[in-house]
Design a protein around this ligand. Structure first.
Ligand SMILES: Cc1cc2nc3c(=O)[nH]c(=O)nc-3n(C[C@H](O)[C@H](O)[C@H](O)COP(=O)(O)OP(=O)(O)OC[C@H]3O[C@@H](n4cnc5c(N)ncnc54)[C@H](O)[C@@H]3O)c2cc1C
Length: 394
């Protein structure tokens, strides 16, 4: 089978590697490498576990994160939570890497498996009953199947379905602070716009950013100014030179996730192009890698579009939908204030948040784990707040 993959990020590279290893003829289209991607670069242990061979083979430099510092923008409270540190391995909770080196390692693994890279941007796609035709500046290419792993602005998504609406994306913007690193991530919880500012230390720079729903009424410029003010106030980056970035992240609601279309005759959408990002933590690398593997599995059998769509529906959507349901209440001041106090008083609550950061805490059991770890007084207040906010309802 001849497979054209658009986009050599984590999703496209992973699908290319597995398909080529199984004997498919794979062409991977992307003109952007080598490149940095606007991203925290936070790779959870569960994400690294999917590609540990490729990452270790390339010796990708990573920062192993030992602690997460949570701060509350209103009260100035802060709490430090220890994270599992087993060095640069998938047993650690969280590693942070530059996307230039991380994605390059995944691309090399795909090439080693036999995928051909076309360093060209795909400019148009025709999906017909007999096959697929792609245009690039270098000419026309035909294939049996096309995979759209081309990110949040996916051309394949725009061609076969529709672009994400404004209310389906978040705008993430911020700065890379060069020459500074740390083994601590910082997360400042915000009520307005609901979300957080983060500082993720890569081996030789910090990725600092803020994120808000695109229809929240805050401009990208205002968000960036807020991040710049935060950097100055916290001195998290010292006098480091800053370069700015902005990029969309799919952030779907429960109803969007229920109706999500990720596959059709001769095409599949993966990773960000499919909308597979946790709407609270914005973890997307894990879902990009996982969907790459699901696509490769599906193309190995009959009715790949049905098999792939079922896999996404069963393995990604329930968790993403739970996160989408919790999101509205998660950043409410009453809840974050309570969480900050609970974090300061209870190491067990810290362990729950540590697992959430590491992608190990499912939203399905978050409610019960929080309630069973909080002592009685806190649990009572959480329940009261939960009733008020509609939060933690399943
Ligand atoms: C500011 C920010 C912070 C984030 N932080 C984290 C984090 O810490 N941890 C985490 O897990 N996730 C994070 N995410 C989400 C994460 O970056 C994405 O979910 C992830 O990169 C998705 O991988 P992907 O392979 O689907 O797409 P991408 O990584 O976006 O790759 C898409 C590729 O397609 C190429 N492409 C696009 N159009 C074409 C075309 N027409 N022809 C050819 N090639 C094309 C692009 O050049 C790109 O290389 C963050 C996102 C943002 C914006």
């Amino acid at each position: 089978m001849d497979v054209a993959i658009i986009g050599a990020g984590p999703a496209g590279c992973r699908a290319a590697q597995l398909l080529a290893a199984r004997g498919a003829r794979v062409t991977l289209f992307d003109s952007s490498h080598p490149r940095e991607k606007p991203c925290g670069g936070g790779v959870t242990g569960r994400a690294l576990a999917l590609v540990a061979d490729a990452v270790q083979h390339a010796g990708v430099p990573v920062s192993v994160i030992r602690t997460a510092r949570f701060t509350d923008s209103r009260g100035g409270d802060s709490a430090i939570v220890p994270l599992d540190d087993h060095g640069p391995t998938a047993a650690s909770a969280l590693l942070v890497a530059s996307r230039a080196t991380f994605d390059a390692a995944l691309l090399s693994a795909a090439v080693r498996a036999g995928a051909i890279v076309q360093p060209a941007r795909v400019t148009s796609i025709d999906v017909e009953a007999a096959g697929v035709r792609l245009e690039t500046a270098r000419g026309t290419r035909r294939a049996d199947f096309v995979i759209g792993a081309d990110g949040a602005n996916s051309l394949l998504r725009r061609t076969v379905a529709h672009a994400f609406r404004r209310d389906q994306i978040s705008i993430a913007t911020g700065f890379f602070a060069h020459g500074v690193t740390s083994s601590e991530i910082v997360i400042e919880l915000l009520a307005d716009p609901p979300g957080y500012i983060w500082s993720f230390p890569r081996p030789d720079h910090l990725a600092i950013g803020i994120c808000a729903q695109a229809d929240a009424g805050v401009t990208s410029g205002a968000l960036r100014a807020r991040t710049a003010a935060w950097i100055r106030a916290t001195r998290v980056a010292g006098p480091a030179p800053l370069t700015s970035y902005a990029w969309p992240i799919p952030s779907l609601r429960v109803s969007d996730l229920r109706e999500l279309v990720v596959a059709g005759p001769r095409w599949l959408l993966l990773g960000d192009a499919a909308g597979l990002v946790d709407p609270i933590t914005r973890e997307g690398i894990y879902f990009a890698l996982a969907s790459g593997a699901w696509a490769a599995d599906a193309l190995g059998g009959g009715a790949p579009e049905r098999t792939y769509a079922a896999r996404v529906r069963d393995e990604a959507i329930p968790e993403l939908a739970r996160a989408a349901r919790l999101k509205a209440g998660f950043f409410r001041p009453a809840f974050t204030g309570l969480m900050m106090r609970a974090l300061q008083q209870s190491p067990a609550v810290g362990a729950v948040l540590a697992d959430l950061v590491a992608g190990r805490q499912s939203y399905a059991t978050l409610k019960w784990r929080l309630l069973t770890t909080l002592e009685l007084g806190l649990a009572w207040r959480v329940l009261r707040e939960r009733r008020r906010a509609g939060l933690l309802e399943q």
